[in-house]
Design a protein around this ligand. Structure first.
Ligand code: SAH
Length: 274
């Protein structure tokens, strides 16, 4: 087996861009490689969902550019972000493009790589812990479980109203565990449609808000009740629809406060314990 090169030998990388996944929120959840990249960065270009605490890992004199949405101001367009990455790299800087979760999971990382590749700029991708996996983990909801859930699917709930997306939801809904990002606003509609596609109305469902932050909150309900139960919850939040979602009641280990409605069925519990 080839030895993995020590990370320190990979720097400096002037004139290149490292797309780094920051993880879901808690700064400890960035990878060692991501933290190394941050500590060597000349420029950090970061999003709204990145915990600003992570910027403390950067060295003195590094430049920090926020490109997330700002109240009252138009958000920085993807084109503008691409231009910033290109121009800073062309100046010979080592640029870290820091993104919430994983850069390639609904993070437009692909578009940024296309722009960099098109301009002949070197780049690397440092995967991060996606909220798609961190939210269930921090709520005590396994996404697979022997005999109970053998598949999971991750979709965006943002564009769920169109006909094309109805098809995406229908096929995704056949997975044992369905994980939905950016779906909070459309939660009622999503649940209604899934029931329409034949998913049992009493299928457990959970919403995890601000996963891995100290004020993380989880609500658990069923497909027929989750819309109402999640009222008042705010973005960022991840929705989990799965027979395993009710396990949050027993396996929750992180939430300060949890509101819950359905109990895991005795059958499910015995399978898990036994
Ligand atoms: N690339 C990111 C996802 C970006 S889309 C990743 O891999 O995590 C943004 C969506 O991610 C949010 O609308 C929300 O659904 C989810 N999300 C991000 N951070 C979250 C968090 N701390 N807790 C729960 N959901 C989160």
């Amino acid at each position: 087996m080839k030895h993995i090169k020590s990370d320190s030998r990979r720097f400096p990388k002037s004139g290149s861009v490292s797309l780094v996944g920051a993880g879901p929120g808690d700064p400890d959840l960035i990878t060692v490689r991501g933290a190394n990249a941050l500590s060597h960065a000349d420029v950090v270009v970061y999003d709204r969902l990145v915990n600003p605490e992570l910027l403390k890992m950067t060295r003195d004199g590094s430049e920090h550019i926020y490109v997330g949405k700002r109240a009252g101001k138009p958000s920085v367009s993807q084109d503008q972000i691409n231009r910033i990455l290109l121009s800073k790299a062309l100046e010979g800087k080592f640029v870290v493009r820091l993104k919430g979760g994983d850069p390639f999971v609904f993070g437009r990382g692909g578009e940024e790589c296309e722009a960099l590749s098109g301009a002949g700029i070197r780049y690397e991708v440092v995967p991060g812990i996606s909220s798609a996996l961190a939210a269930p983990a921090f709520a005590g909801i396994p996404v697979t479980h022997r005999k109970l859930a053998r598949s999971f699917t991750v979709i965006t709930g943002h564009t769920i109203r169109g006909e094309d997306d109805a098809e995406v939801l229908r096929s995704a809904g056949e997975s044992d565990t369905l994980i939905i990002l950016m779906g909070l606003k459309n939660l009622e509609e999503i649940a209604r449609r899934l029931i329409g596609f034949g998913r049992a109305p009493d299928t457990p469902a959970a919403v995890v808000e601000r996963a891995s932050y100290l004020n993380q909150r989880t609500v658990v309900g069923t497909l027929s009740t989750i819309g109402e139960r999640a009222e008042g919850m705010e973005s960022p939040a991840t929705i989990i629809i799965s027979p395993l979602a009710a396990m949050a009641n027993d396996l929750s280990w992180f939430d300060q406060e949890e509101t819950t409605e359905v109990e895991a069925s005795p059958q499910l519990k015995s399978k898990i314990v036994g």
